[in-house]
Design a protein around this ligand. Sequence first.
Ligand code: ADP
Ligand code: NAG
Ligand code: MG
Length: 359
Amino acid sequence: MKDARMSWRAIFSIISTIAGIYIGFLTQKPVSSLCDPTECPYCYGDDLCGDVEENKINLRYGSFSDAFNNLFGVKNVYFADYGGVKVVLKKLGHRSELARMTKKASEVKIFEQLNSAGGALKACDPETSELLVEKSRRSFGLEQLWSVLQINSEPLILRIFERQDDWPVPELYGACGLLIVEEHCGQPLNNFRTSDWHDRAFLALQLVEAAVNFTRKHADFRMYLTDISPDNIAVDDDFNLCFIDLENVILKQKLADEDSVHYSEHFDEDDFVYDEGAVCQSSMSDHNVYAVCRLLLSRRAPWPMMRNGLLHSAPPNVVVRYDELFALIEECVDSDEKLSRFYIAEELIRLLKEATESH
Ligand SMILES: Nc1ncnc2c1ncn2[C@@H]1O[C@H](COP(=O)(O)OP(=O)(O)O)[C@@H](O)[C@H]1O
Ligand SMILES: *[C@@H]1O[C@H](CO)[C@@H](O)[C@H](O)[C@H]1NC(C)=O
Ligand SMILES: [Mg+2]
């Protein structure tokens, strides 16, 4: 009986792969149809337009899931090959959005946009905006910067927190028109629900480290992620993770002092709330650590995170030996100023390293 089921599954997967390839060939669209470099000066760059023209970047139809996404994907995300490397193409912004945009770029408008409460990328104060524009002008022209800020600021963040400097983010290869090409980082975090507990502990370790690093490690900025969710974290075959949706963030200029620390207040309701004003006013906030504990690690983590949080179903010997780890994660959610979440994060890192290394 079991064998019969296995072979049906194998047959189904062969048929669907063939169907994927076949549909792919029938409808194959060149990547150049996705980018419209005539939309410049709105565009994000043109450094990859040559490679697009020469068909060096091609949509993937080799597996059913890639073919399905590339044909029917609702999000403007495509999976492609670029010189033998798997990459993601993101089409940022639609024609309708372009129509709404004001064409003329100016520094004044850029600063207004950065400081406005409605923007996805929020700069905490005028000093932060100024520094951000100064740093961004190394990679973007004034008009590009204006487009990036109005449509989707992810490329800007990927130039400030670079993969090459070991930030857990995808590498940005370049752009053509409104299309950006970035590293494919793997599958969404929720696909690892049934992975070995020690592999999940290694993911948890990286999440806590990243939360602290985004807050403290960059030379110029503190970055607070305001859209943390399992779909916005991708994991590769070696269980290295990266944050893939960096559109919604708060940036704050990093000043040396860390004395006015903001402690996130925990509410028991299902909605995750944070206080943008309070995050910005402090010299440093525990927002990232709180968000990772509350939304991903805790056994009370809400939907869309996997049931009972990333570290669910620990083997019995782990439960006994690391009871402190599980207690600290819950404390990280509930804690107010009594026990600093940065202290808790350090302890979590220590325990998770021990748990993954001893394995
Ligand atoms: N660099 C990447 N590596 C792997 N998968 C990605 C990458 N970028 C996007 N994806 C996939 O595409 C989905 C949508 O991309 P995302 O940037 O989060 O767009 P949206 O703003 O529409 O949520 C992600 O949830 C993920 O599954
Ligand atoms: C965080 O920073 C530390 C110290 O530089 C580094 O060893 C670690 O790999 C970083 N972790 C992540 C996930 O960025
Ligand atoms: Mg997303």
